[in-house]
Write a protein that binds this ligand. Structure first.
Ligand code: GLY
Length: 414
């Protein structure tokens, strides 16, 4: 089978690796991919949506796995469906569950999916009027590459965020959501959805802040932990019954033929699970923790599911723990550093390395090329074993100015 993965980050590297590890001979492509993926997949230079459609047709691609959300919002899955190419990722209309917070909230209200209260505002002045106290959560309505959310403990933080959105217009020209602040532990639950059927993957938790103890600025994610043991079975069942089932039934009732990963960002409040956000793709860095523990025929599973046939028996899930540790470059998240030589990659023998912001330099050495540089992922029968292993393997990889947290897989388990 010829399979293309669309995207260039650590999540897409993890997808490419999982497809490569699937049984059978598959020819893999990545659009545009990265130097780090090039040993596993032919990387095709990016030339927009039309360019990608030409590649799919010229190469005779059997399955298009859409990793990055921007392509969904541009209608890549719609174009694939018109062209008769199986695509894993929802059509543009359903992808608004991620690309428009308003669409997502209206969907949740319509279908009884539990979520916090909210207001929508279009200016700094309106926001000041509507914010009734702190903490409060402000969210940009459109896509913002993981940077469109601010949990504000006071007016200074809120003013900063409103300035970024409405004055600097850093993300575009959309509105802002003021959301009820909910308290509880967060969990990311990712499902493969095909029509009215779904498979729940191993739940995960990501670490969004740069520094230990969840301090410092928000990032795209500094690590993640995945295990079935993350949640007691009765809580997982409650999430299934109150969140996943109404969402999937809602999609069907709305006439959406959803085929793709659906990510539920959930907060476990005292009154039950509430949905913070939907994403229409795998999480990053959750993919780098979850995908290494997915066994079976991942490629065959996605190929069938993209055609409306979901066969859970094709997959297997490792019963232990998996942890990924992100290493970021100097200055991240405010800036990033390029060109610092990365050492020790070949010494990682007890886990996987997923590249995100790396590149090969003219001497053939990997160097930093972005904010989140790479993730090291390791498994363990217990959480303690996985933590010990990921920090031992992670210590082998180094570059000038490397930043990482020392409490991934430790914090939130006290
Ligand atoms: N880890 C959160 C996300 O992928 O959006």
């Amino acid at each position: 089978m010829k399979i293309i993965v669309v995207g260039k980050g650590g999540r897409e590297h993890a997808l490419v690796q999982a497809l490569h590890d699937s049984p059978g001979e598959h020819e893999l492509f990545a659009y545009p991919g990265s130097d780090g993926m090039s040993a596993l997949a032919t990387c095709v230079p990016e030339e927009g949506l039309d360019g990608l459609m030409r590649v799919l047709q010229d190469e005779g691609i059997d399955l298009c796995v859409i990793g990055e959300e921007v392509w969904l919002a541009q209608g890549l899955a719609d174009r694939c469906r018109e062209a008769g190419i199986p695509a894993w990722g929802p059509l543009r209309e359903a992808a608004q569950l991620e690309s428009s917070k308003i669409y997502a909230k209206e969907f949740m209200i319509r279908h009884g999916v539990p979520t916090g209260g909210f207001d929508v505002v279009s200016s700094v002045e309106e926001a000041r009027e509507k914010i009734s106290g702190y903490p409060t959560v402000l969210k940009y309505n459109g896509l913002a590459a993981g940077k469109g959310v601010a949990v504000c403990t006071g007016s200074d933080m809120a003013e900063d965020f409103l300035d970024t959105v409405f004055v600097q217009k850093k993300f575009g020209k959309d509105q802002v959501f003021i959301e009820e602040f909910l308290e509880g532990k967060e969990v990311s639950v990712i499902c493969a959805v095909s029509g009215d059927q779904y498979v729940v993957f191993t739940p995960a938790r990501d670490y969004k802040r740069l520094e230990e103890d969840d301090q410092g600025p928000n990032t795209g994610g500094m690590g993640a932990v995945a295990s079935r043991a993350l949640l007691p079975p009765e809580q997982m069942q409650q999430i299934d019954e109150t969140v996943i089932q109404p969402t999937v039934s809602g999609l069907v009732a709305d006439g959406q033929d959803y085929r793709g990963f659906l990510y539920f960002g959930i907060i476990l409040t005292r009154s039950g699970p509430q949905v913070l956000e939907f994403n229409c793709r795998f999480g990053d860095p959750e993919a780098q923790a979850v995908l290494p523990i997915v066994g079976g025929d991942f490629a065959g599973f996605l190929h069938q599911a993209a055609q409306g046939k979901l066969d859970e028996s094709l997959l297997g899930f490792y019963d232990g723990w998996s942890i990924c540790l992100v290493k970021a470059s100097r200055g991240y998240p405010a800036s990033s550093s390029k060109g610092d030589v990365i050492s020790g990659l070949e010494q990682v023998t007890e886990g996987r390395v997923y590249h995100a912001g790396t590149a090969l330099n003219e001497t053939g050495a990997y160097v930093t090329n972005g904010g989140r540089v790479l993730a090291v992922a390791c498994k363990g029968a217990t959480r303690e074993e996985a933590v010990e292993r990921v920090y031992a393997e992670g210590a082998k990889v180094d570059f000038d100015g490397a930043q990482m947290r020392s409490d991934i897989g430790r914090m939130h388990f006290e």
